[in-house]
Design a protein around this ligand. Sequence first.
Ligand SMILES: *Cc1c(COP(=O)(O)O)cnc(C)c1O
Length: 395
Amino acid sequence: MSQNPVFIPGPTNMPDAIRKACDMATLDHRSSAFADIFGPAVAGVKQVLKTTKAEIVIFPASGTGGWEAAISNTLSPGDKVLAARHGMFSHRWIDLCQRHGLDVQIIEAPWGAGCPVDQYLQVLTADKTHEIKAVLATHNETATGVRSDIAGIRKAIDAAGHPALFLVDGVSSIGSMDFRMDEWGVDVAVTGSQKGFMLPAGLAIVGVSPKALAASASATLHRTFFDFRDMLKSYASGGYPYTPAVGLLNGLKLATDMLLDEGLDAVFARHHRIAEGVRRAVFAWGMRPCAQSPDLYSDTVTAILTPEGFNATDIVTHAADRYDVAFGVGLGEVAGKVFRIGHLGAMTDVMALSGIATAEMAMADLGLPVQLGSGVAAAQDYYRHGTGAAALAAE
Ligand SMILES: *Cc1c(COP(=O)(O)O)cnc(C)c1O
């Protein structure tokens, strides 16, 4: 039986070549054969993160493990950190910090808004005694389909002359949307294997700046499994402090090759084009994205507000039951109010059209006033007029 693509914002569709690369015979992770996999995988991740300065640490965990590693290696109990809550993922990271005994100063923002850069600036400027040890931001809020201005937050930290570490969740952006670890002065960048890298879940991929590494020498939150220093010490002798997920790392080596062969700019342009087609479909349905303004639109996931009084989750349930296609449900504050179309990773215009068409069928089945073919036509019209960066630039 054929398999439909998934339209959830992770785990994403896997190219066959990547699935095959993950399926390998057992090999000794203390042998040079492992180093031949791991070295290129790390080098590839550095290029995707646009860093030459950071160390890359890869744990056998999901993205959540990367969050935990980011804070437990750099902070001490009672430390103050600054974070915005504007969706389920930023909320969960705050919860993780609180459960580790950190004092989180939370900026509440509407779900659908981005990280409020001006409020970060205000708070950091007012913090004359530098109580705040780390600034947290979620680059792409997967729950609402909102991309935040990470460069802008860096500018706010610098404008305030603040020495805090800058920790960024890039789980649903890295490898699909531009991310500039060095240029943006990101101290810890967190991602996972099952989103932009098109792999199964199972790797927490973390970029660590020299400043974050220095902080790990004095940070006293407990960590063992997630200790950057243990990891880097073992890397220096070509290995891991424990057993690595060798097959996934072999997949990661291929995934970074594939992204770099396509060219990062082309990858970002493809994601933008596919996303724009999806958004045009949404407007053609008479609906709108949860993201409050076009500058916030995510190129990896679109959360779509459905009419008042309608349970958006029904679309997801029905599409799964009737058409065997997976969309994302609304989470937290927007549960029942939005459904999400994930359009990141191994995605093409044609795949996106099938998702848009399926969403239309599901909505029509459920009695929503959606004209069959309206969204598909809007996306077709956009996709027909070119592919890649050249076409985008010409618009
Ligand atoms: C998926 C996701 C996570 C959590 O990652 P897991 O791999 O599920 O632990 C964290 N942040 C964002 C923005 C995500 O999209």
